[in-house]
Write a protein that binds this ligand. Sequence first.
Ligand SMILES: Cc1cc2nc3c(=O)[nH]c(=O)nc-3n(C[C@H](O)[C@H](O)[C@H](O)COP(=O)(O)OP(=O)(O)OC[C@H]3O[C@@H](n4cnc5c(N)ncnc54)[C@H](O)[C@@H]3O)c2cc1C
Length: 317
Amino acid sequence: MFLLRKPILALSGSSAVRGAVSSAPITRSVVDRFIPGETTAEVVAAVVALRAKGLQVTLDHLGEDTTDRATADATVAAYLELIEALTTAGQVAGAEVSVKLSAVGQALTASPDIPGGGNAYALAGARKIADAAYAAGARMNLDIEDHTTIDQTLEVLFELRSTHPDIGIAIQAMLLRTPKDLAELTGPGSRVRLVKGAYNEPDSVAFTDPDQIDLAYVRAMKYLMYGKGYPMIGSHDPRMVAIAAKLASDSGRTPDRWEHQMLYGIRPEEQERLVKDGKTMRVYVPYGADWYGYFTRRLAERPANLLFFLRSLATKG
Ligand SMILES: Cc1cc2nc3c(=O)[nH]c(=O)nc-3n(C[C@H](O)[C@H](O)[C@H](O)COP(=O)(O)OP(=O)(O)OC[C@H]3O[C@@H](n4cnc5c(N)ncnc54)[C@H](O)[C@@H]3O)c2cc1C
């Protein structure tokens, strides 16, 4: 079934498929399993419920590959509204926001309105979010997108870290460049979220065999656990969860010096079990109307998610 991952990711880029999936009446109820709502109020309510169970949160305002300035600006505004709403709800301390630079303008082309080009525009937007987050007592993490964007994303990260050294970054174990990137990211205090990688990458830049990706993930975990930074283990894979615990124990890391991360709606019982086991567990909570890209990546990475969706279409759509 892993063989379906690439075709699904490739198909999801077609506008016809996007139209069909987005307009299928049943899609919404399947989407709800992965996304607690579209509005700020709905995501804040989800935060309250997760926190009541001892779970930490990182919040993603959905959106990516933004091609116009107004959408990029609206995304920045949505994060600022979110930080204010978390503050009002008494939920801001210890919360994190996750930001995709393509959502705040990284892909915009230079023009009189955007003199420095997309990356400078994204940096300016991300800086506004970071300033608001850290002033309020929250923190920020940059998501990582397809391999063509990584040099620019790391450039933005290092700029942002000059004023907010705590800002974290996601790194994809599947990419061949990752050991070199990790070498620059394991300094004191550096927060790194290790994930397998969700994008459709060619084998010239990435491992595409699942066993090789797993081995690369374990090597990277080991590097992070024995490094000086703060490892964030972003995986639902029971083997990776178990190996993380072993590496943390072998490297003398207490639960306040690393954390697990999982996506909202995926293995929720396991998330709660880890909390009961004394681990730090952070849930990545996406919200907003632009759920298509996020949703299709979830369908592509797990046969059960895809089957659940197809069965719903067949029975009710
Ligand atoms: C917090 C977080 C943030 C992320 N941020 C990014 C990012 O910035 N950039 C990026 O490219 N990717 C990101 N990802 C996605 C990531 O790259 C993977 O695509 C995704 O996590 C799937 O890989 P996996 O390690 O969970 O395990 P997989 O290889 O997908 O699954 C391995 C095993 O895990 C178990 N499992 C997985 N899903 C389920 C389920 N639904 N129910 C029960 N068991 C399950 C099964 O035993 C399965 O065989 C993020 C993931 C997380 C958790």
